[in-house]
Design a protein around this ligand. Structure first.
Ligand code: UD1
Length: 436
């Protein structure tokens, strides 16, 4: 088991690159199943969730190769239509294979994702959308089987702008008969990236990123080359780390429009932001200012994935900030760990009240989920003395070589084997949770 060992209070300085977005890479790799041929996906981050997705593709008969940040997926032959139960338990986004497999092979069989520590996260919208598209869906306690001779276009009104359900519909309906209309789709940049990939393969998807998406079904897709968009959540991670340490950094390869929901929050904290083309310079003040109120909502509002990161930064702001989480009901689970650094964050239902303290002290904590885990690293970077962050496999799901990129910015953070520390401190509780 590996852990992060951090010696805090080093202001971050220098330049860092963003890697490709996890939340684009996963659906695009799933969508490769639809394409009879070899797709080349560039800027594909080497994350454990991506590696898991590649293992699923291989188990279905795809030939997958990675060279640097390029992954090629050859789906000329699909030999399986069932996804292993253990994989479904570790990576919820494998639900997207339901859409791609049923469309390509006529049948898909997956296990229901296990319970999740950030919220109940049901899959009802995915299932009812696939039924509307003509699939027969059988749920058997722990598994779902979805079969259809053909996918038939229809109008689907989503009660909530679910990212995953929108992606599953787009993937399933890309190769179909007739026209599918999604009313109230998710509008995240990753939805647009998926649509762009599918359209390069010959799909006819219109309106991605807007309030109605139209999909004209085509009979087949052809291979293409595609570059994954840079990870906007990684950008807000570096921004939070810079803000909390009083740093001054440049983040390369940002897409400013993707970050427009978070810029005002960093401005309110007193950070200076300078944009030049795709370079973002962020200069933090000596002490951050509080933010009156942050509410997480679907894009283009403040993203739930950036909530934990910014909450961590606000622990040392002057004054009291309030954060309201509207997407996932258990997304404040990491706060108990955050308070071990001496932070003063009170959570009541979906609201966190953050009373800024002057400084944090080192702590021994464990990551409860992906973004909550990154938030603890951010706290450790600002804390006086040494900190340990355990269960970092959650963090590795969404951050490629996180510690190396932070070291590049001057941070004193090391990945070490748990055993080396255990002798000093004794074992910590390990918590299994699911990633986002
Ligand atoms: C995706 C992202 C995740 C991000 C989230 C919201 C990936 C791999 N993950 O997750 O990082 O935090 O979007 O931006 O892209 N819901 C239902 N029924 C459903 C589906 C969703 O009730 O069938 C609910 C969820 O419980 C949640 C809300 O809708 O409360 C939003 O979920 P959704 O947008 O679907 O998130 P994911 O696609 O799971």
């Amino acid at each position: 088991m590996e852990i992060f060992k951090i010696s805090g209070q080093v202001p971050l300085k220098g330049e860092v690159e963003l890697h490709g977005a996890k939340n684009s890479a996963l659906p695009i790799l799933c969508a490769c199943v639809l394409v009879k041929g070899e797709c080349e996906i560039h800027n594909c981050p080497d994350l454990s969730d991506v590696r898991t997705t590649i293992r699923i593709l291989e188990s279905l008969g795809c030939k997958v190769k990675r060279q640097g940040d390029t992954v090629t997926v050859d789906s000329s032959e699909i030999t399986g239509s069932q996804i292993d139960e253990n994989v479904m338990r570790t990576m919820r986004s494998s639900i997207l294979f339901l859409g791609s497999l049923v469309s390509r092979t006529g049948c898909a069989s997956i296990y229901l994702p296990g319970g999740c520590d950030i919220g109940a996260r049901p899959v009802d919208m995915h299932i009812s959308a696939l039924k509307s598209l003509g699939a027969a869906v059988k749920e058997n306690g722990s598994s779902i089987t979805c079969c259809a001779d053909k996918i038939t276009g229809t109008k689907i009104i989503l009660p909530f702008a679910s990212v995953g359900a929108t992606e599953n519909i787009m993937i399933a309906a890309a190769v179909s008969v007739g026209r599918t209309t999604i009313v109230n789709p998710a509008r995240e940049p990753e939805i647009c990236d998926l649509a762009e990939f599918l359209n390069k393969c010959g799909a006819r998807i219109y309106g991605a990123g807007e309030s109605i998406v139209e999909i004209e079904g085509v009979s087949s897709l052809h291979p293409c080359e595609h570059r994954i968009i840079p990870d906007r959540i990684l950008a807000s991670t570096y921004m939070s780390a810079c803000a909390i340490t009083g740093g001054d950094i440049v983040i390369n390869d940002v897409r400013p429009t993707h970050l427009s929901p978070v810029f005002p929050v960093f401005g309110e904290m007193g950070c200076r932001l300078y944009l030049e083309h795709n370079k973002l310079k962020i200069q933090a003040p000596k002490r951050l200012r509080r933010v009156k109120m942050i509410k997480t909502m679907p894009y283009p509002a403040f993203p739930t994935d950036s909530q934990s990161l910014v909450t961590a930064a606000l622990t040392v702001a002057r004054g009291t900030s309030v954060v309201k989480e509207n997407i996932f009901e258990n997304r404040f689970r990491f706060v108990n760990q955050l308070n071990r650094f001496g932070a003063d964050v009170q959570v009541e239902e979906q609201m966190a009240v953050i009373n800024g303290v002057k400084s944090l002290h080192g702590a021994d904590v464990y990551a409860t989920d992906l973004r909550g885990g990154a938030a603890l690293v951010i706290a450790g970077l600002a804390a006086e003395g040494n900190s340990i962050v355990r269960s970092i496999r959650h963090i590795d799901r969404g951050y490629a070589e996180f510690e190396k990129r932070l070291q590049q910015l001057g941070a004193d953070i090391k990945r070490v084997k748990d055993e080396e520390i255990r002798e000093e401190k004794g074992p910590a509780v390990q918590k299994e949770t699911e990633s986002l």
